[in-house]
Design a protein around this ligand. Structure first.
Ligand code: IPE
Ligand code: IPE
Ligand code: MG
Length: 228
């Protein structure tokens, strides 16, 4: 049973290029697909959906492309809000979100507050997110507390961005790349991995069903023997 699904939403650019469209068109199509994925996740009984939308490294992209992505983040937070309220979706974010432009932060904060009490599905969007940044940010929080006592894994988790969210059961990466690209380095330690060649803008209920079927046939062992 997948309780927490994480997705690296990759391939917007290639999807657009294959259609003779601009990368911006690809990102627009990709942003629209988030709602489709959320509704498919709800149908599948998933409780947490963590989506990699913008990495700490994505700031290196051309200014215009970054601006388009930031615009789409604000637009998503505003236009999806009625659907999130209807479907019982709670919105959250992880990452160095203070780096986002004010308009995006404001729209996100509003949607986060409005959806705070929804509990059918939590959509956790990773924005200006890096797995290494998350670990370094945790270490710096510990330093700021002037803690001198040794720390164990269980306590360390409390300094990560979303300590109350359980680790992902399944990670899906779209568009075929076989790498993590700095996503959830701590949390993915024992997640099952599924890579599909489908580009993110084409991701739908069927792609999700294929990934879940694959997950269903895995034996998770967590280093032990036959632990379910
Ligand atoms: C994913 O699509 C969206 C972001 C990384 C923001 P890409 O823009 O990486 O698409 P490709 O990988 O170039 O096809
Ligand atoms: C990972 O995709 C980041 C997101 C999907 C937001 P990238 O397209 O940035 O990753 P690389 O550069 O191919 O590793
Ligand atoms: Mg990419």
């Amino acid at each position: 049973m997948v309780n927490h699904l994480a997705i690296i939403m990759d391939g917007n650019g290639r999807w657009a290029e294959e259609r003779g469209l601009t990368r911006s068109d690809g990102h627009k199509a990709g942003a629209r697909q988030i709602g489709v994925a959320a509704r498919a996740a709800i149908k599948a009984g998933i409780k947490y959906l963590t989506l990699y939308a913008f990495s700490t490294e994505n700031w290196k992209r051309p200014k215009d492309e970054v601006a388009v992505l930031m615009g789409l983040i604000s637009e998503f937070a505003k236009s999806e809000l009625p659907n999130m309220m209807r479907d019982g979706v709670r919105l959250r974010t992880i990452g160095r979100t203070a780096d986002l432009p004010l308009a995006a932060r404001t729209a996100l904060e509003f949607a986060i507050k409005q959806t705070e009490k929804n509990d059918t599905l939590t959509i956790n969007i990773a924005l200006s997110y890096g797995g290494r940044a998350e670990i370094v940010d945790a270490v710096n929080k510990i330093i700021a507390e002037k803690r001198t006592a040794p720390i164990d894994e269980k306590e360390f988790v409390n300094y990560l961005y979303a300590p109350d969210i359980p680790d992902p059961d399944l990670l899906i990466r779209t568009s075929g790349e076989l790498r993590l690209s700095n996503f959830l380095l701590w949390e993915l330690s024992y997640s099952e991995l599924y890579v599909t060649n489908t580009y993110w803008p084409d991701f739908d209920e069927n792609t999700l069903a294929e990934a879940l079927a694959s997950f269903g046939s895995r034996k998770r062992r967590f280093g032990g023997l036959n632990k379910k």
